[in-house]
Design a protein around this ligand. Structure first.
Ligand code: GCO
Ligand code: MG
Length: 412
């Protein structure tokens, strides 16, 4: 089974996606997601200029060897661009192998460890009434776990709350708060950690009073706090029994989590911007986190993320794979097959894609009563309709960024 074609497909149905499509000499095709939100074309160039020439003529069955070859032969290792490119090749090869075996991919990964994947969705609102409406709407759709983000008094526009500017810029399409803004330079948001730390516990108190103690609630700190601020937040949220508190401190410094951990029993999740097992080495070994947030798409594919999760399993740390709309349906399918097969699955983030995206990527997954299943078609269960994809050319899009009141750039 020889790879004889490799195409890098860029399409922008509701937002930009980068997909690698491999075709073998016996006519099997495989898809891999290489979308890196706001920096898509860097991965396109990496794949087209540097990776595609290395794939042609290679044995499509040798997935681990291909991974090691792409990783080690580049000499320049790691980083989101490299690891998204390697992930796309890895996932496309798993797709092909599973099709060759006539099985859904999760069977090749060891078979199903559960009947479906618990998902969480993103509820948000600029104030409590809007937030409560959003939570009710998520519950009525079937979500059994909910991420809660709100506006903070005094701040005009912050992460996780779709601003009117973003809504307008996206031509009236609301991506359920996935924030890349098309056709414009980065949107400037504002930030004040003290106001945020004062406000968030009052929001969770109100949500628990309204919706009761049962529902798993999550919150994303989006890398904005110092360790001592994060520790204070974790402590102040303990009465509200969070499922997790995510990305409390900037991801570059794993040791920051030691201090947070020493002060709070609120479970911690981190890793959506990590790329390799080495980013996790210390925080897993020292048991500083409870959930691994990496997506297959940004962490070197199924082969590599499976290694991270197996390491995590030794410490009772579970998966919580990243799944906003900037993970394409191909990347989501890969996450579902991996999540179904591993023992230490925790939860899957799941935001619905728009109708145009669903027309470009035909998918076999189901989402019933808040639970995802990848379906039983051979391979990943996703096909890409080239005619539909061709209707939506790439559109430049940037993520927003933050400034403090005095103009200082802050982590977004
Ligand atoms: C999440 C994330 C996303 C990121 C986005 C950036 O927890 O889902 O934080 O919302 O901001 O993936 O592209
Ligand atoms: Mg996040």
């Amino acid at each position: 089974m020889i790879i004889d074609r490799a195409e890098v497909i860029v399409t922008s149905p509701d937002r930009n996606f980068v997909t690698l499509k491999l075709t073998t000499d016996d006519g099997l095709t495989g898809l891999g997601d290489a979308t890196l939100n706001g920096r898509e074309l860097a991965v396109v160039a990496y794949l087209s200029e540097h990776v595609v020439p290395l794939l042609i003529g290679k044995d499509a069955h040798r997935i681990e060897d291909m991974w090691q070859f792409l990783y080690r032969s580049a000499y320049w290792r790691r980083g989101p661009v490299t690891m998204a490119a390697i992930a796309a090749v890895d996932v496309a090869l798993w797709d092909i192998k599973a099709k060759a075996a006539g099985m859904p991919l999760y069977q090749l990964l060891g078979g199903a460890s559960r009947t479906g994947l618990l998902t969480y969705g993103h509820a948000s609102g600029k104030d409590l009434p809007e937030l409560f409406d959003s939570i009710r709407s998520h519950l009525s759709q079937g979500y059994k776990a909910i991420r809660v983000q709100t506006g903070v008094p005094g701040l005009k526009s912050i992460y996780g709350i779709a601003s009117n500017a973003t809504f307008e810029a996206n031509k009236g399409v609301r991506y359920d708060h996935e924030p890349a803004q098309r056709g414009a330079l980065p949107n400037e948001e504002d930030w004040d950690t003290r106001s945020y730390l004062r406000h968030v516990p009052t929001v969770f108190e109100a949500v628990r009073n309204e919706f009761g103690p049962e529902i798993p609630l999550l919150h994303d700190g989006h890398h904005r706090m110092t360790p001592i601020q994060a520790a204070a937040l974790g402590k102040s949220l303990e009465p509200y029994d969070l499922f997790w508190l995510e990305d409390v401190t900037p991801a570059e410094n794993p040791e920051a989590l030691r201090l947070v951990r020493q002060h709070t029993t609120t479970p911690l999740a981190i890793g959506e911007i990590f790329n390799t097992v080495w980013d996790y080495q210390q925080i897993i070994r020292e048991q500083l986190i409870d959930y691994v947030r990496s997506a297959v798409t940004h962490t070197g594919g199924i082969s590599h993320l499976k290694k991270v999760l197996e390491y995590a399993a030794q410490y009772q740390i579970k998966s919580g794979m990243h799944g906003p709309t900037d993970i394409s349906p191909v990347g989501m399918a890969a996450a579902m097959h991996l999540g179904l097969s591993i023992h230490n699955f925790g939860i899957q983030e799941y935001m619905k894609h728009g109708a145009k995206t669903d027309a470009v990527f035909q998918q076999s997954f189901t989402w019933n009563d808040g639970m995802l299943h990848p379906g039983d078609k051979p391979g990943l269960g996703v096909t890409l309709d080239a005619d539909e994809a061709g209707k939506y050319p790439y559109e430049k899009a940037y993520l927003p960024y933050n400034r403090l009141a005095d103009g200082t750039v802050h982590d977004w």
